[in-house]
Design a protein around this ligand. Structure first.
Ligand code: GN1
Ligand code: MG
Length: 374
């Protein structure tokens, strides 16, 4: 199950209490290797933790990444305690190594870190209800609020230019030109779809450069499955996967949430007739997000929220397509055309959002009006 890694040995590097029992692999993420590890303590009860190998091909400086996570979780911890919340469930808690560090480096050069498992909560691949997605919107809005006064200059850029859509586009052009796998001939339609939207790629980066959009501390990977939903209350209890917390645009976070969670189908659905952007889900997320973060957003941010959903979906699509053309070296795949299937769902969503953009904008305006009128 834990195949190529000796989990039993790795866990000994951390300050776990009790007796190691077993490990289960969690395959939700596309980047890191994640395990749930089980221990029993003297009371006979079972305790579990998250053990993760940080993908250091993607995150080139895991030390700096962990410095970020220590900083932001400590910051949030203080605020959660001050608000009377439970810091063990409302933010991630690092289990240190036996020598007191936030991560462990194995002889083979792999980086590992661990978190306390958040019990009584679950992450979802598709929203179970519109109300649940509203709660996810609230969770990400609150996350942005909790970090709004975190000193951005303290944060390392774990992946430079992560949401620089124009550079992502340039990378696609290069991959098409190089065509190392000789796959470009089979994906002409997708390449054409991507190339036809080149002008969109510079919209947000240009506004940022001109100082018309503020740089904030953002999550940058706001997938639905990066929020733990409390089993009892249905609320988004904790935002997880903090590897890409960096200075960024609020629009990246909003847009990426819609891309993933407002879709009627999984990201890798093969049957495209099942894939579209559900306006009701969109409305619910927007409502939740703006209830928490709306007051702090500028007029320009609000104006571009709907567009950002389309842009982030497009960006993710071109990243999947680039990886497909390059031979699937970045995102984990479970089948040969996995990245191509992912590309197609994203582009189907983009086309659908283009039709719905006016309605999406109206929904933002209505939510803000309701916020103001209470
Ligand atoms: C990756 O690791 P995971 O699955 O949460 C990726 C995101 C993509 C996402 C697409 C560091 O996120 O940027 O939007 O896959 N993370 C990184 O599902 O590249
Ligand atoms: Mg994730």
């Amino acid at each position: 199950m834990s195949n190529k890694f000796n989990i039993e040995k790795i866990v000994r590097a951390f300050q776990f209490e009790g007796q190691y029992k077993r490990a289960e692999r969690n395959t939700d993420g596309h980047i890191n290797d994640t395990f749930v590890v089980y221990f029993t303590k003297d009371d006979g009860k079972e305790y579990r933790y998250i053990l993760q190998r940080i993908n250091h091909n993607v995150f080139k400086e895991p030390e700096k990444l962990m410095e970020n996570i220590v900083g932001i979780t400590q910051h949030m911890r203080k605020k959660i305690i001050a608000a009377g919340g439970d810091p063990l469930r409302e933010t991630l808690n690092i289990v240190p190594t036996v020598d007191g560090k936030a991560f462990h480096v194995c002889e083979d050069g792999n980086y590992w870190r661990t978190y306390i498992y958040i019990e009584g909560a679950k992450a979802y691949e598709l929203p179970e209800s519109a109300h649940q997605f509203y709660n996810v919107g609230k969770a990400f809005g609150k996350f942005q609020r909790l970090l709004s006064d975190y000193p951005a200059e303290k944060l390392h850029e774990t992946i430079p230019n992560f949401h620089h859509t124009k550079l992502r586009f340039d990378a696609l052009v290069k991959a098409v030109e190089e065509d190392v796998m000789n796959r470009a001939k089979d994906v002409k339609e997708e390449i054409e779809f991507a190339f036809a939207r080149e002008k969109d790629t510079s919209v947000l980066v240009d506004l940022l450069e001109k100082g018309q959009l503020p740089l904030r501390v953002t999550h940058n990977d706001t997938k639905l499955n990066n929020v733990m939903i409390d089993n009892a209350t249905g609320e988004g209890i904790c935002v997880i996967d903090l590897d890409t917390v960096m200075p960024g645009l609020s629009l990246y976070d909003f847009g990426d949430s819609i891309r993933f969670g407002a879709s009627t189908a999984p990201e890798d659905e093969k049957d495209l007739s099942k894939v579209w952007m559900d306006l009701n889900l969109y409305e619910n997320y927007t409502k939740g997000f703006l209830e928490e973060a709306g007051d702090s957003l500028t007029r320009t941010e609000l104006e571009y929220l709907a567009f950002s959903a389309k842009l982030m979906t497009y960006e993710c699509g071109i990243r999947f397509l680039t990886d497909y053309l390059q031979g699937d070296t970045y995102f984990k795949i479970q089948r040969p055309e996995h990245n191509l299937d992912r590309t197609r769902t994203q582009f189907k969503l983009v086309a659908d959002m283009e039709k719905k953009l006016d309605e999406m904008k109206k929904i933002v305006d209505e939510c803000m009006r309701r916020n103001i009128n209470g």
